[in-house]
Ligand binder design. Sequence first.
Ligand code: NAD
Length: 490
Amino acid sequence: MDRYQNLIGGQWCDGSSGQEVPNIDPADTRRQLGSVVFADASDVDRAVEAAAKAFKSWRQVPAPQRGRMMFKVLELFEAEADAFARALTAEEGKIFAESQGECRKTAILIEYLAGEGRRFGGRTAPSELSSTFAYTAREPLGVVGLITPWNFPIAIPFWKLVPALVAGNTAVLKPSELTPDTACRIARIFEQAGVPAGVVNLVHGGREVGERLVGHPQVPAISFTGSTEVGSRVYAAAALQLKRVQCEMGGKNPILLLDDADLELAVDATVKGAFGATGQRCTATSRAIVVESLADAFVESLAERARAFRPGPGMDPASQSGPLVSGGQLERVLQMIEVGKGEAQLVAGGKRFNDAEREHGFFIEPAVFDRVSPNARIGQEEVFGPVLCVQRVRDLDEALQVANGVRFGLSSSVYTRDLALAQRFIDGIETGIVHVNSPTMGGEAQLPFGGCKATGVGPREMGPQALEFFSREKAVYVDYTGARRSSNIY
Ligand code: NAD
């Protein structure tokens, strides 16, 4: 059995809380993968101290060299990708093909972000003063706190760590308490790549550890991904100390089907988006907003696909999705299904599996609700499980009204062959990511990733501006004659 430790100033160590927590396989809860002794506030303080010490020399390493080190991280990660994918399937539950997909995606984004080391710079500007060279310099912030969820426990820590480090910061990573194994593997990759001790620190734990990191006076910036509930607490606590914050949070992502939609393609996209990864992607499809003319055929076809969909253990190639990640998540999803039953028509699934292969795991049947009204809780709240709400509408205008009538705004999709309608959708939809004729999920490294409204605050992650959050711009005026008596013109 594995023992997962914290990494503080280059030393692997148990947490000081004395609280030992088992890491359980969500596909079979009889199987314990390992255990972790959680950190406490004193460990967070030591990790921040180590990161602050390491910052002094890490910030002096030229950015292209820091980027080069990230290419070494990429090389080592790719060599270990198979082991990472296995560990991910074991502790988070997603099927092996999805874990491999997460690893492929991770490699691409490390590659993209590592290259930023050669582009990390400011800009020049014309000065109103003669003999004056005016420019901006980019500089790192110091120790950044990175708080991550369990649903992409490889991709998300990497997509925060790499830009943070390329920009010259040092980091304290607090991963989800449900995925300590993948987090340790990530920290080890940075160690093996020759990143100096103290530049990447890892502390395991839950709320207490996260709160200390957010509240630590020596941490000027927090990058958080997780639920809107926790993110809003993080945002508020950080604001009290005027910290820089980036929060990427929950979603309720709609797929729209207009009259001329290719039904087969749209059903396929909905199945993948709603039930793939057990509905536990932040970009998962959770609402299908369908014009009346297609609604009956859509619901019939979708319900059939939902009934045939086969969740199962992640290493079984016949499984199409894994279990929910934890008992807590199972309970929440089942509770929301009960709520939904009182508000709409459940046309498929919604029960826990109790056959011999799945009774010891957190498996549920993919669920489809029809005729979900815009204000129903099941249509408003993030369920984060394989549950799809169908909402019937007259036309694009009503579809947009329903689609935008939630507090979230991460991702969306429209199925139509009419370019004018597609463009009206793109203009009117309140989400940070928009797809036309493709599923709601996913995102590419070279484009910004994130949402609006209660989904996202602060600068977007990834894309060309990925290092913006992790650095600040300094305006510099150099009088290169050194002879002017006063440069103060205002
Ligand atoms: P969560 O909010 O429960 O936890 C996220 C992290 O915050 C964990 O590491 C947790 O230990 C920590 N935490 C908990 N309480 C804290 C506190 N008071 N202060 C500081 N940290 C605290 O989320 P989760 O269940 O791990 O992940 C699922 C959620 O993440 C979903 O809502 C999903 O939509 C969201 N998510 C969003 C994106 C995105 O980019 N928008 C991506 C992935 C996941």
